[in-house]
Design a protein around this ligand. Structure first.
Ligand code: ATP
Ligand code: MG
Ligand code: MG
Length: 521
């Protein structure tokens, strides 16, 4: 039995938690006397192996057209939808990450329109009764949160490509029926930069919970941006919605140019009319697609084949209990360990590039690696070895962190050797290079012995010998030091380091050389 789908409507004024936090308008030198207001509808493809209502596999961009299509996706009469629980689970994970309320009851509506990439003539969505509402996304620490009005599950459409010359259109239904989450923000953003920040923060959040790739270039994250302008501190103006923006950069340019266009209209005494607009990347300006009067009548109706969706509290808590750590919490935890903002950023950036399985399971990223190595060790020393030495050598070899052969246990052993002064830092880097080069699984303490890199007990005697050798070989440099040209001593120290294959203590070598060269003068 279907409930009334519209019984669950929650206008934003009902959003008690944040209603009092409506963002103030912000003056901006680019448009003096005006304020810009932005709200974004993000469509994020759900990272599920199967589509939203059929068990056909979702496709990648490089796959042949129409190879991932079930009769249901092609709207064959008599086929019926079956809700994919994985899409619901990933949606709930997203809702929890966005601090939203997961609604006990939600429902599916048909949104009708005619287009060749939509074979059924309607898209199933949750316009009236979304599965989650009233969330927020914190952009930066202490900044006001951007309120999330609602998150709804819906189907993606197919793709159509027109061949104008041959006057035909090609339709590819691979994408038809793939699960999307539409994440609708309240009009809380106040500048193009804030809008860019919002989308980037949302992207990394979706990736960290494994619910979407969030890749704008590949179309797994698409934004419709609503922009309005008003005289500073007056009520909001009429919004225009800009569709199909495929990069954060273009989105920011589109908002800026749209704000100027609307201000120009108001300045010349003309009203801004509510419309849907496109963005011309070459001209860097928006253009009208359709006005409010031309807006299609979607004739929303509850889908008779899908009963309401009931999500029990127990189900939501079980997902909450399994949630991975969210970016904000990770950053705070890393900084509490004494890592700088920059080091935390570097680790988190490598981490967000980690591979996520097609089923949405997370792989082991840089944060997990850091956490393992840092157990019982100085976090700052550990992060230094990971971000400077390891990443430095990997990038020198044109390899990514995913290809790193040095296990966390090996890294820990290596750091201990250096910290306990059993080997020098230079010898540590040599061992690191050796492991990367040979994909060695041997422990660094074993390798240090094999490669004769241990700072051995007769270290002092060897050091004396190498210093003597340096003075005897580099006679001219030695004389220059004796004559008071102190900087030349670096050449002699370099000789000793080379001779010792990096095992010598450079400071001690310098001291010995200094004393030898001053007593001989
Ligand atoms: N005055 C305004 N200025 C800028 N943005 C606004 C304004 N009023 C509302 N918005 C934003 O417009 C968006 C409206 O999205 P919503 O999905 O609710 O409706 P829609 O755009 O009419 O529907 P559809 O999903 O069919 O595009 C929200 O992101 C909201 O924050
Ligand atoms: Mg919308
Ligand atoms: Mg819209």
């Amino acid at each position: 039995m279907l409930g009334k789908p519209w019984s669950n409507i929650r206008p934003w004024s009902c959003c008690k938690r944040f209603a009092h936090q409506l963002r103030p308008q912000i003056p901006d030198a680019r448009w003096p006397g005006y304020a810009v207001v932005i709200g974004i509808e993000v469509h994020a493809q759900i990272k599920s192996r199967e589509k939203l209502f059929s068990n056909t596999w979702t496709s990648d961009l490089d796959e042949a057209p129409n190879t991932h299509v079930s009769p249901y996706d092609a709207a064959f009469p008599g086929t019926l939808p079956r809700l994919n629980p994985k899409c619901v689970e990933l949606g709930v994970r997203t809702a929890i990450a966005l601090n939203a309320q997961v609604n006990h009851r939600s429902a599916f509506d048909r949104k009708h329109y005619f287009y060749h990439d939509l074979p059924s003539g309607y898209q199933i969505t949750q316009h009236y009764a979304p599965f989650a509402s009233d969330g927020f996304l914190q952009l930066e620490k202490n900044a006001t949160a951007v309120r999330i009005k609602q998150i709804q599950l819906e189907q993606d459409t197919g793709k159509s490509m027109s061949d104008v010359r041959r006057r035909v259109s090609h339709v590819d239904l691979n994408r038809a029926g793939t699960g999307l989450m539409e994440i609708v923000s309240e009009p809380d953003l106040r500048s193009p930069e804030e809008a860019g920040n919002y989308v980037r923060t949302l992207q990394s959040l979706l990736r960290s919970v494994g619910s979407s790739d969030g890749n704008m270039e590949q179309g797994s994250l698409r934004c419709d941006v609503n922009v309005s302008v008003n005289k500073y501190n007056e009520p909001f103006g009429t919004r225009c919605e800009i569709k199909n923006l495929n990069s954060v950069k273009f989105m920011m340019v589109a908002i800026t140019s749209e704000a100027f266009r609307q201000i120009e209209l108001l300045e010349s005494g003309r009203p801004v009319l509510q419309e849907t607009r496109g963005f011309d990347e070459d001209k860097a300006e928006t253009y009208a697609l359709r006005s409010k009067e031309d807006a299609p009548d979607y004739r929303y109706m509850p889908d008779p084949n899908l009963p309401p969706l009931f999500l029990e509290k127990r189900y939501v808590s079980s997902i909450r209990a399994e949630m991975p750590e969210l970016p904000d919490a990770t950053r705070s935890r890393l900084q509490a360990l004494g890592l700088s903002h920059r080091d935390a950023d570097v680790l988190m950036t490598i981490d967000s590039g980690r591979e996520v399985g097609h089923d949405g399971q997370l792989g082991h990223g840089a944060i997990a690696y850091f956490d393992t190595v840092a157990q019982g060790r100085d976090p700052k020393v550990v992060v230094n070895w990971i971000t400077h030495e390891l990443l430095g050598q990997l990038s020198h070899r044109h390899e990514t962190f995913m290809e790193n052969p040095l296990s966390a246990t090996q890294m820990g052993d290596l750091i201990d050797l250096v910290q306990d002064k059993k080997i020098t830092g230079t010898a540590g880097k040599t061992i690191l290079r050796h492991v990367l080069e040979h994909k060695s699984t041997a422990m660094p303490s074993v390798l240090a012995k094999e490669l004769s890199l241990l700072s051995n007990d007769d270290g002092d005697a060897s050091l004396q010998k190498w210093c003597e050798e340096a003075i005897d070989t580099l006679t001219e440099e030695a004389q220059a030091v004796r004559d008071g040209n102190v900087n030349v001593i670096n050449k002699l120290v370099g000789f000793v380091m080379k001779r010792s294959r990096g095992t010598a203590n450079a400071k001690a070598a310098r001291a010995i050389l200094q004393s030898k060269l001053s007593s001989r003068s």
